[in-house]
Ligand binder design. Structure first.
Ligand SMILES: Nc1nc2c(ncn2[C@@H]2O[C@H](COP(=O)(O)OP(=O)(O)OP(=O)(O)O)[C@@H](O)[C@H]2O)c(=O)[nH]1
Length: 226
C-alpha cells in the first residue's frame, strides 16, 4: 500500500519564460480548495519564483519553498536530486498529508526533464511565443513528458501562430500522450488542466500510474566558473 504521507510529486519543466510559475499558480488557484498542496521552486541564485508564487497568494506562504541550485539548475532536477527531495519530503512532513507537491524546474535555457527519482509525473511547458514549429523539434520533454502544454494561446494571433497546427504537431511527436492548449485567461483550458491533475493524483493513489523517465537532454557542457 502507498504511504499515505507520500504526495503525488508533479514536475513542471520547459524553456525560460514559457509560463511555468504562472501555470503552477493557476493549478493551485483551481485545486487548493479541494486538495492539500505544496510547491518547490528551483532558481539559480535567488528565490524569485517562490516569491512570485507567495505574492499570488494561492497557497499559505510556508507551503512554497525554494531550492537554490547554483550554476546548473538542470543538474538539481535530474542528476543530483538530493536538495529537491529533501525540500519535497520536508513539505510532506510539515503539512501532512499533502495530496500533491508541484516542483518547478529552474530557469536555464536547457530543456531538462526531471528524474523519476524526484517526481512521479511531469508537465512540459511550451508557449506560442516560442514559435509554431518548436513542437515539431521534439526532444525528451516534448516527446515523453506525461503532459505537454502549449501555453499562452491568447497571444497566438499576435505572434502569427496557429494553435490547432501547433497542437497537432505536438501530438504527432508524442505517440498519443496528452497535449493541452492553455491560457490562464481561458477558463475551459484551465478546467481541462485541473482535470488532468485531479485524475493523475487519483491514478497515483490507486497505484495505476507508473512514473517514466522521458530520457536525458542532448549532450551539453557544464561551465564551472567558480
Ligand atoms: N498572455 C499570457 N501571458 C502569460 C500566460 N502565462 C504566463 N504569461 C506571462 O509570461 C511571462 C513568463 O511567465 P512565468 O510564469 O514567469 O514563466 P516561467 O516559465 O516560470 O519563467 P522562468 O521561471 O523565468 O523560466 C510572464 O510575463 C507571465 O505573466 C498566459 O496564459 N497568457
Amino acid at each position: 500500500m502507498l504511504d499515505p504521507y507520500r504526495s503525488f510529486r508533479l514536475g513542471v519543466a520547459g524553456p525560460v519564460g514559457t509560463g511555468k510559475s504562472s501555470l503552477i499558480a493557476t493549478v493551485c488557484r483551481a485545486l487548493a480548495a479541494e486538495m492539500q498542496m505544496g510547491v518547490v521552486t528551483n532558481d539559480i541564485y535567488t528565490d524569485e519564483d517562490a516569491k512570485f508564487l507567495r505574492a499570488e497568494g494561492v497557497l499559505a506562504a510556508d507551503r512554497i519553498v525554494a531550492v537554490e541550485t547554483g550554476a546548473c539548475p538542470h543538474t538539481a532536477i535530474r542528476d543530483d536530486v538530493t536538495a529537491n527531495l529533501i525540500a519535497v519530503e520536508t513539505l510532506e512532513a510539515d503539512h501532512a498529508p499533502l495530496d500533491v507537491v508541484l516542483v518547478e524546474s529552474g530557469g536555464d535555457n536547457l530543456t531538462a526533464t526531471f528524474s523519476p527519482a524526484l517526481v512521479d509525473a511531469q508537465i512540459f511547458v511550451l508557449d506560442v511565443a516560442g514559435g509554431g514549429d518548436v513542437a515539431r523539434k521534439g526532444g525528451p520533454g516534448i516527446a515523453r513528458a506525461d503532459l505537454l502544454i502549449v501555453n499562452k494561446t491568447d497571444l497566438a494571433p499576435y505572434v502569427g501562430v496557429d494553435v490547432a497546427t501547433m497542437v497537432s504537431d505536438a501530438e504527432g511527436a508524442r505517440d498519443g500522450r496528452p497535449v493541452i492548449a492553455l491560457s490562464r485567461t481561458d477558463q475551459n483550458s484551465v478546467a481541462e488542466l485541473a482535470g488532468w491533475v485531479r485524475q493523475s493524483v487519483e491514478r497515483h493513489r490507486s497505484g495505476e500510474h507508473a512514473p517514466i523517465d522521458p530520457g536525458p537532454m542532448p549532450p551539453h557542457a557544464h561551465h564551472h566558473s567558480h
